[in-house]
Design a protein. Structure first.
Length: 522
């Protein structure tokens, strides 16, 4: 039985649904069948355009699919989609009904141009905070395409299947029996992977371009690259100056979407990454800003006007370009790390920690994120070893004291990780050497969580602007780079202290500098 407040919200969301949507449940004697039916009937009760039926297909466990006007949408669940996946069910129904937030026409065209048929299966945990992004993106692809099928599977209900496929991280997306994607992912990232694997059935360049010709560039005063706090701030400040502005982002929110609690944004005692991302997007869309989401930058061409080439084939031209590209999780860069990603190597202790309950793991990294991860994992795992390169941990004292109080945690400092070892199926050990003596050491374990900070997303401008030895874009006090007309803000730059509040100020500063330079040059 759904909470009445949730039903009330669903009534509002589903108001105006035009097509008839059916939640078709396979017949099953599984113990969760009644729970599933009750949930779906509660959802269906929120709109006269929704109904629940039971098919004559016999299933070993719970399963249902979404149909539109009697025809399959390509979206199915082997789950009772509660927890974080309840929103995935609701969004799938909205999208199947042509409602909710849909991508822009260029992105929809890319989706429909994929060569089918494609059948994908995502293994998730209902407690996973990264899983819904992947599930919702692939459900949307299935709904918009017509020859794509996507099934969401609750790993907790299919432990034998999880074990047989050696799934050790969520979300894990399978293509037949092959791992297609592991971990967090956006619609843009997944779409690029699908295009690389299956190709496009037709051109998706800008409408009106001649066959085989380069698309005509869209012209703006300012193009902002990146949708995190710095990028959103830069776009808003540019638009407020009356400048024609475009914001290009894989996803609006950036790293915020991977952040849980936020307690240091001044004047906001506490918020969450997803909520702050939504607030930023609403603020951006209050202005006449062209938001080009689900895109990545392929190249930036220098000149009096800069030209930005996107991987989608679109081109943008502007006198001023603001780089707010952010950063991503830093990898160890040692043998075995990528080979065992999702099979013992993980980056999210909150999502993947439950797979290692009662087992031995290591956390690499002694900053706040590493120590927090070790503390969290100590409550699940038999033993945790924290491995740090430096002589002492870099985390806050309060975290270190908490870590030291735990009986099943060891700390190894002055250690250089050299290899992640596995047996072909999963991780079996972590090798490192003592920096003082050079002596090799090996830890027998089942999982490695990498928590060694961030690396700036500056590769696309590596040959264009000055970078420091860490790959950060070098900026002056006003956000100017080494190339006139190119500005930078936030975590991708040399600005010290990678904090949300600093990134927001940085974005505003870069936008004001670009406007100032424009006025002086007029």
């Amino acid at each position: 039985m759904l909470d009445p407040s949730i039903v009330s919200q669903l009534v509002t969301l589903f108001a105006g649904l035009a097509p008839e949507l059916t939640l078709a449940i396979d017949a099953s004697r599984h113990e969760k069948q009644g729970e599933l039916r009750a949930m779906l009937e509660g959802v269906a009760g929120a709109s006269p355009r929704l109904r629940v039926i039971e098919t004559d297909v016999e299933a070993d466990a719970v399963r249902f699919e979404i149909r539109k006007d009697g025809a399959p949408t390509g979206v199915s669940f082997r789950a009772v989609p509660g927890g974080h996946e309840f929103s995935s069910l609701v969004l799938a129904l909205l999208h199947a009904g042509g409602r909710g937030k849909l991508p822009d026409e260029a992105t929809i065209a890319r989706i429909r141009a994929l060569r089918g048929p494609i059948a994908l299966r995502s293994y998730v945990s209902l407690e996973c905070t990264n899983c819904p992004d992947v599930v919702q993106a692939l459900n949307l692809v299935a709904i918009l395409h017509g020859d794509v099928r996507h099934e969401t599977v609750d790993g907790g209900l299919f432990e034998g299947e999880i074990a047989a496929r050696n799934v050790q991280a969520v979300p894990t997306v399978m293509l037949d029996d092959e791992v297609f994607h592991v971990g967090r992912g956006s619609l843009g990232e997944l779409l690029e992977k699908l295009e690389a694997r299956f190709g496009r059935s037709r051109e998706t360049r800008e409408s009106g371009a001649a066959q085989g010709a380069e698309p005509v560039a869209q012209v703006y005063d300012v193009v902002v690259l990146g949708g995190g706090p710095a990028g959103c701030s830069a776009a808003i400040y540019s638009a407020r100056k009356g400048l024609a502005t475009a914001l290009v982002a894989d996803r609006v929110g950036g790293q915020l979407l991977e952040t849980l609690g936020i307690e240091n944004l001044i004047s906001v005692p506490r918020t969450e990454g997803a909520r702050l991302s939504a607030d930023l997007e609403r603020h951006v869309r209050d202005y006449p800003i062209d938001v080009l989401e689900h895109r990545k930058v392929e190249a930036i061409l220098d000149g009096e006007d800069k030209e930005v080439v996107l991987t989608s084939g679109e081109r943008l031209r502007a006198r001023s370009v603001i780089l707010a590209l952010g950063a991503k999780w830093r990898e160890l860069g040692v043998p075995g790390e990528r080979e065992y990603l999702g099979r013992g190597v993980a980056f999210c202790p909150h999502c993947d920690g439950p797979f290692y309950k009662g087992r031995r793991v290591a956390v690499v990294g002694g900053g706040n994120s590493g120590v927090e991860a070790a503390i969290d994992l100590a409550g699940l795992c038999a033993h945790v070893t924290l491995v740090e390169f430096l002589e002492q941990l870099k985390a806050d004292d309060v975290l270190i004291r908490r870590l030291e109080s735990l009986p099943n945690v060891d700390v190894v400092t002055r250690a250089r990780v050299t290899e992640v070892v596995g047996d072909g199926k999963g991780v079996t050990a972590l090798r490192y050497e003592e920096r003082a003596s050079g002596a090799p050491r090996e830890l027998a374990l089942d999982g490695v969580f990498v928590q060694i900070g961030l690396v700036p997303n500056s590769a696309v401008v590596r040959e264009l602007v000055e970078l420091n030895r860490y790959g950060e874009v070098v900026v002056d006090a006003k956000g100017r780079t080494s190339v006139p007309g190119l500005y930078a803000a936030g975590d991708v730059t040399t600005t010290p202290y990678k904090q949300i509040v600093i990134a927001m100020g940085d974005g505003a500063k870069a936008a004001l500098t670009a406007f100032e330079d424009r006025i002086r040059a007029a």
